[in-house]
Design a protein around this ligand. Structure first.
Ligand code: HEM
Length: 491
């Protein structure tokens, strides 16, 4: 006898027969009155939601963040307030450019998005496995992403589109170098570091700001796939990283990351900028560890698999705008663009009330006057649905919760940093710390796609490698010769 509960429609009405539809006679046709059949087909037709416009393929898990070091001199955020304090988290890892069904082992940055369900609301650190990014102005983001996706006519990935973009945006060179190094194909999600990447703020009880960069250091050790293994696995086990994460958590082997910060005052950043020429809010740059050492803060452990992939991993909606009191943003133009981008994308992808879903809802009490819309499942009950205007008004200076805001300088305008800002030294520094074998992998990994682009694009990109380090340019040229490039064909 079946132990399954009685099958019902979505309205709870028992379904008498789930194997044979109601037909007019044994051979049909079928009756419109067979509501159970119609509801079943209708719901099936509506199972998909749009995939994320980027980072469509991903894997998620719940975990715990535990504070190990006291950083309350820098922030009054309650989740960071005491050693030993624990906060529940949800993490989603992802690739960036591929579709929902694409292979986990593609050469691509990896997303590393963390939600902290704090008592003061959800804090989302929506980072990557790289500390820098390809561009420094969000106006370029849709164009950049189009070059990583498919050609509008052939529907193929196109090295020409990619290197046409990168070669004209030399600020991308730092992350291009990382992407084509061994770090471009991490061995699953457990063996890679994570970075908040942008400069953010921490605000303490005195209303003082420290600028901060967040780092997550894998306790499993860094492990990368060789380029050949990444290609092989894309065919043999396209869900390699999903399998690895889910099965290690299922068997109690919980991955961990040490959470650390780099901290700087305004004065320290000003002195650093004066010495290096680098804008500390430029996302194509890092703050070298030698200049800003990493301070330990806590440990992130992933210890529970989601029950339902769609409800939790697919519908989770992270936003870099979600920071809690004691934290703040920075002038980084990319971060400013992202503050708008995510919630807007989720209003379309998941819906007006996406924050009502269990994976997105805060675990602390929340209260506002947002009402109605589709799927309003936490609609405020009988509570007043408008805010009372406060007779005293609010203070004009500062951003609230003790965040004093920051002073501005310069003219309103459109600033193109190319040719003015140094886009090569940090890329060269990354190249120079690679051991010889990894340099050779970098050369080979670049020569593959570069052998498929026009001479013009290839020469422009080679010029950037030369500027970063002459050995970088000459290494790629030698690898290109081995690939038979020169017989350039557009792709
Ligand atoms: C101006 C630049 C950027 C824009 C406009 C942008 C926009 C977006 C959008 C619209 C999504 C899909 C959100 C959703 O549907 O839930 C997304 C996902 C994501 N982005 Fe960005 N992005 C930018 C840069 C970055 C950077 C610099 C990082 C990392 C430091 C990053 C990390 C991520 C991650 C990890 C996800 C996936 C989140 C998840 O797992 O649900 N993005 N981005």
């Amino acid at each position: 006898m079946s132990t399954l509960p009685t099958l019902t429609t979505a309205s709870g009405i028992p379904v008498p027969d789930n194997q044979n539809s109601i037909s007019a006679g044994a051979r049909g046709p079928l009756l419109l009155a067979d509501f159970a059949l119609i509801e079943k087909l209708q719901h099936f037709n509506r199972e998909r939601i749009p995939e994320r416009v980027v980072h469509a393929k991903g894997s998620g898990a719940y975990g715990t963040f535990t504070v190990t070091h006291d950083i309350s001199t820098f922030t009054k955020a309650k989740l960071l307030g005491a050693i030993g304090k624990k906060t529940e988290t949800f993490v989603r890892f992802s690739t960036v450019g591929g579709e929902r069904g694409s292979a986990d082992t593609e050469r691509d940055p990896r997303g590393f998005a963390i939600r902290f369900y704090t008592e003061e609301g959800n804090w989302d650190l929506v980072g990557n496995n790289t500390p820098m990014f390809f561009i420094k102005d969000p106006v370029k983001f849709p164009d950049f992403v189009h070059t990583q996706k498919r050609d509008p006519q052939t529907n193929l990935k196109s090295p020409t589109m990619m290197f046409d973009f990168w070669s004209k945006a030399p600020e991308s060179l730092h992350q291009v170098t990382m992407l084509f190094s061994d770090r471009g194909t991490p061995d699953g999600y457990r063996h890679m570091d994570g970075f908040g990447s942008h400069t953010f703020s921490l605000i303490n009880t005195n209303g003082e700001r420290h600028w901060v960069k967040w780092h997550l250091r894998t306790q499993q050790g860094i492990k990368n796939l060789s380029a050949a293994d990444a290609v092989r696995l894309a065919g043999e086990d396209p869900d390699y990283a999903q399998r690895d994460l889910f099965s290690s958590i299922a068997k109690g082997d919980f991955p961990k990351w040490e959470v650390r910060i780099q901290i700087a005052t305004d004065a320290e950043l000003a002195a650093w900028e004066a010495r290096t020429g680098w804008n500390p809010f430029d996302l194509t740059k890092v703050w070298p560890h030698t200049d800003f050492p990493r301070i330990p803060v806590g440990v992130l452990e992933l210890n529970r698999n989601p029950e339902n992939y769609h409800a939790e991993v697919e519908q989770v909606a992270f936003s870099p705008a979600n920071v809690v009191p004691g934290m703040g943003y920075s002038p980084d133009k990319m971060l400013q663009g992202r503050l708008f981008g995510y919630h807007d994308a989720q209003l379309y992808r998941v819906g007006t009330n996406h924050q009502h879903l269990p994976v997105n809802a805060p675990r602390c009490p929340f209260h506002n006057q947002q009402r109605d819309g589709m799927m309003a499942i936490a609609n405020g009950g009988a509570a007043q649905n408008y805010a009372t205007v406060e007779a005293a008004g609010t203070k004009s200076v500062g951003l609230g919760f003790g965040d004093p805001g920051w002073a501005l300088s310069g003219n309103t305008g459109r600033y193109d940093g190319r040719g003015v800002e140094d886009d090569f030294t940090q890329a060269g520094n990354l190249f120079r710390i690679l051991p010889p074998a990894e340099r050779q992998n970098l050369f080979n990994n670049l020569a593959g796609p570069l052998s498929h682009v026009s001479d013009e694009i290839r020469e422009r990109q080679l010029g950037h490698f030369d500027k970063a380090d002459p050995a970088y340019g000459s290494g790629v040229r030698a690898a290109l010769r081995a690939h038979g490039a020169g017989n350039s064909k557009a792709a």
